[in-house]
Design a protein around this ligand. Structure first.
Ligand code: GLC
Length: 550
């Protein structure tokens, strides 16, 4: 059967539930107060019981940790704070024994300032082959052009040359600790092929490609018409038909450093390597591009998947959600690829907080999870999402994210979503570590009831909702067919075998149509709370799955 987003595919990643592990905050296995690979391995039974098919590990490579490991000094080793290469091998093997696939993060857009190549470039003169692996340009009074960093401030930093004088500038689309690689340099391309093979040889099943849309640059380094507008435009859905949307689209299509055509050549080579290995090895691109460009990252000569980021930003509105889903599916369906859905990740506010916080935010987050889990394609679950964690309130003095520092505090950054997980129903550190030292980010005082231990025993907990929905979603097949609910705040869609999903984003209870009243309730986002006469209505901020018998 031809692969289609809705066909039953034998490729694991077409419909996988992938759990994102952010190693430093997952679980500390060696008592030094920081999460590590041994800690992840010890929690594999927890992940198996949750019902996930794969783990994606955020970077654990040697790094000075200026951007929590996304500044990599050696992509073919393990930082001693996370363990050893043999710990990584052991984790891969133990995961496979439990039938859990393993994906690792690759960061090919840039390296750390501690990477030997960058150190060699600093020690070499302008025009040298060592500098040619990066984007070094001569600077006058001003940076070489007007590009701005995604983390705020100029995208160029001037170095001091060996003679002690101010010299060239290097490009960094992110933090100054993350110099961008020059992908037109053959050393760069060849070295990344070695890195792919290094991890494929160790048995990894897939890669998450960081900033996959950023590797190719305009080598004329032309000024951009609106560099700040560009960084903002990349996080919008561009297809709402407005004049602003058209303007944003133009900015992206003329971007100097994102989503350029030259990328295709890079991924064509990567795909050959992935295809040369046995098993379904895959790569998912982290590419913040508008829906109409998403298909460029998924094809038989490119990568396999692109993250669908729509649910990270979608408004709590059934009609908006419906349009978003239609567009997201259409964008990848055009190239025969399955969609992907993510409610949260380590770069975004936690979904409970984004949707209003408190009980309302939690109810909405649970309902949104049931919407996502009912859709075709694969889902990405960020650690702690299954516990319904909100963002942790942090004092500015606790923050570590370079976004906070580069914007002089104007943007608080992403630390609130990165706080260590609570495992036991106690007090901080909630079983995360046996160390007496403070965790790298402080955990809130009131997380006992959100701990794995507390939620494990509570049948109505978010953890148990996730377990049930991840288990049941395996039955979902077929295309998404939207059904007119007669209410712009209620979205209903059907899949095969009579399975229906309904969600109410409004303020009023919705009276269910006749055909759903007679249906079997498979799962409700309020789960085991006695539904009583609620079976006739769908309360606000609630989602429900039904099986309709015909
Ligand atoms: C990606 C990562 C993010 C990191 C950035 C630079 O967007 O997800 O955490 O800061 O790339 O590597």
């Amino acid at each position: 059967m031809a692969d289609s987003p809705t066909s039953i595919s034998d490729k694991w990643w077409h419909s996988a539930a992938v759990y994102q592990v952010y190693p430093r905050s997952f679980f500390d296995g060696n008592g030094d107060s920081l999460g590590d690979l041994v800690g992840v391995q010890s929690k594999l039974p927890y992940l198996k019981k949750l019902g996930i098919d794969a783990i994606w590990l955020s970077p654990f490579y040697p790094s000075p940790q200026h951007d929590s490991g996304y500044d990599v000094a050696d992509p073919r080793d393990v930082d001693s704070i996370y363990g050893t290469l043999s710990d990584a091998q052991s984790l891969i093997d133990a995961s496979h024994e439990l039938d859990i696939k393993v994906m690792v993060d690759l960061v090919p857009n840039h390296v750390s300032i501690d990477h030997p190549w960058f150190q060699a470039a600093l020690a070499s003169p302008p025009g040298s082959k060592e500098r040619a692996r990066f984007h070094f340009l001569d600077a006058g009074e001003q940076p070489p052009n007007n590009w701005v960093s995604m983390f705020g401030g100029p995208a160029w930093t001037q170095i001091t040359e060996a003679n002690g004088e101010l010299g060239q500038c290097y490009l960094h689309v992110f933090d100054s600790s993350q110099p961008d690689l020059n992908w037109t340099n053959p050393d760069v391309a060849a070295d990344w092929i070695d890195t792919l093979k290094f991890w494929l040889d160790r048995g990894v099943d897939g890669f998450r490609v960081d900033v996959a849309h950023g590797l190719a640059k305009d080598m004329t380094y032309a000024d951009l018409p609106d560099p700040v507008g560009l960084t903002e435009a990349l996080r919008f859905d561009l297809d709402d038909g407005s004049t602003e949307a058209a303007e944003r689209r133009l900015l992206i299509e003329n971007s100097g450093f994102f989503d350029r055509d030259e990328l295709q050549e890079i991924y064509r080579e990567w795909r050959k390597v992935l295809d040369s290995y046995p098993g379904d090895r895959m790569a998912v691109s982290e590419a913040w591009v508008p829906a109409h460009r998403a298909g460029r990252y998924v094809s038989p000569t490119s990568l396999h998947q692109i993250f669908g980021f729509d649910f990270l930003v979608v408004a709590w509105s059934a009609s908006v959600m419906q349009e978003t889903i239609k567009k997201a599916i259409a964008a990848v369906q055009a190239v025969g690829a399955p969609p992907t859905w993510a409610l949260s990740n380590h770069d975004s506010p936690r979904v409970v907080t984004r949707l209003g916080g408190g009980e309302t935010g939690l109810a909405r987050a649970r309902a949104l999870a049931m919407v996502a889990h009912a859709l075709p394609g694969s889902i990405y679950v960020y650690q702690g999402e299954e516990l319904g964690l909100p963002d942790a309130p942090l004092a500015d003095s606790d923050r570590e994210d370079p976004v906070f520092f580069r914007t002089n505090g104007a943007q608080k950054g992403r630390d609130g979503a990165r706080v260590p997980l609570p495992w036991t129903a106690s007090s901080a550190p909630y079983g995360f570590t046996e160390s007496e030292s403070a965790t790298w980010l402080p955990q809130p005082d009131h997380w006992s009831q959100l701990s794995v231990e507390a939620e494990d025993f509570d049948a109505a907990s978010t953890l148990n909702l996730y377990r049930a929905s991840l288990d049941q979603r395996e039955q979902f097949r077929g295309e998404v067919r939207f059904i007119d609910s007669g209410d712009s705040e209620v979205m209903i869609f059907a899949r095969d075998n009579g399975i229906h999903m309904a969600v109410n984003t409004g303020l009023e209870a919705y009276s269910l149509p006749e055909f759903l009243l007679e249906a079997e309730i498979m799962l409700d986002s309020e789960v085991v709370k006695i539904l009583g006469d609620k079976t006739e209505v769908l309360p606000p901020n609630c989602a429900r799955w039904f099986r309709v018998f015909t």
